[in-house]
Design a protein around this ligand. Structure first.
Ligand code: MTE
Length: 326
């Protein structure tokens, strides 16, 4: 993700660039020192930290994986290699580069609660393991398309967002769902970048959230989610650009008005609320006509709604309306 547009109060581009490079370097060093210190204290090394990327302490829901695969969702391309997907990530809480998988290990994912509240009859605070155990887990093979024109194909494990929504009984006034990521600057050094509107927020209309394709993922590649993929729970909406797929969710709020999302606040002309994949509507700074598969660098034509039009076309009355595709 690149942020070109800055709010009016931001410092000039030239100064901002040098400062951001300086801050990023400084925080990278702080983060690296943190990882190193953690490794030394635990009698481990950086190599040990790398191992934790895939292993980590035993997950309390480990025996639920792999879940039964739902045969309704098939792929037109090979799966992306697990090691590639797990080391090429966007998780700005831990920094603006793709190699944040080390730093993301700083996130503590237990205990973890998810609040579901707002315009609902039955507000709940879910303990994550109770939530995962109470929901119908399944595996789905989905394509995933980032707005930056890279793509992957991965097996998520999760449950339909609609199952959680039904459990809290939204009132008729609820028109949107607002999802929020954790905020902890002592863990996520990216959140020290004060000019970004933390915490990360995303949103969907109620119809989108209830769509059969929308899942809350708790696992990938037949295992609980690694931290860099957004443990312990993240959204997956495969017909939309990747930034809608918010990670490490702590709050799901049912609201009347459209929420202002993280990237929409940063760059309203580049990263909109709807963000549905469409090869015919280029990003202001690059084409969306094709996508690059990570791992193989194969180029493939982009498909409208990322190939999921069968499920979601009826949600969008005007396919020529640019608003829906940015
Ligand atoms: N969620 C949070 N909280 N923070 C982020 O920076 N990045 C988004 C999305 N969810 C992001 C996030 C973007 S831009 C993408 S492309 C996907 O996560 C990447 O998901 P992956 O790293 O699991 O492939």
């Amino acid at each position: 993700m690149h942020y070109l547009r800055r709010p009016d109060w931001a410092i000039p581009e030239r100064e901002a660039t040098s400062e951001s490079i300086y801050m990023d370097r400084r925080r990278f060093l702080m983060g690296a020192l943190g990882v190193l210190a953690g490794g030394i204290a635990g009698g481990s090394t950086l190599a040990g930290a790398a191992e934790k990327t895939s292993q980590g302490p035993r997950d309390p829901t480990l025996e639920l994986y792999p879940a039964r695969r739902n045969p309704d969702f098939t792929l037109d391309r090979p799966l992306t290699k697990e090691s590639v997907a797990a080391t090429y990530n966007n998780f700005y809480e831990f920094g603006p580069v793709k190699t944040i998988h080390f730093l993301a290990q700083r996130l503590k994912t237990r205990p973890w609660q998810v609040r579901a509240e707002g315009l609902v009859r039955n507000p709940r605070v879910f303990e994550i393991d109770d939530l995962i155990r109470s929901m119908p887990l399944e595996e789905r093979l989905y394509r995933f398309r980032c707005v930056e024109a890279w793509a992957m194909a991965v097996p998520w494990t999760g449950f339909p967002f609609s199952a959680l929504i039904k459990a809290v009984e939204p009132k008729s006034e609820a028109r949107f769902v607002k999802l929020t990521t954790f905020l902890d600057r002592t863990v996520a050094f990216g959140q020290l970048r004060f000019w970004l509107p933390w915490p990360y927020v995303e949103g969907l209309t109620m119809e989108e959230a209830m769509n059969e394709l929308a899942i809350l993922a708790t696992g990938i590649y037949g295992k609980p989610l690694p931290k860099q993929h957004g443990a312990p729970i993240r959204l997956v909406v495969p017909w939309k650009y990747g930034f809608k797929n918010i990670k490490s969710i702590v709050s799901i709020e049912f609201v009347k008005d459209r929420p202002k999302t993280f990237w929409e606040t940063v760059g309203p002309d580049e990263y909109g609320f709807w963000a549905n994949v469409n090869p015919g509507f280029p990003h202001p700074r690059w084409s969306q006509a094709t996508e690059r598969m990570i791992g193989t660098d194969e180029r493939r034509p982009t498909q409208i709604f990322n190939g999921y039009g069968k499920w979601v076309t009826p949600l969008y009355p005007d396919l020529n309306d640019r608003r829906y595709f940015m």
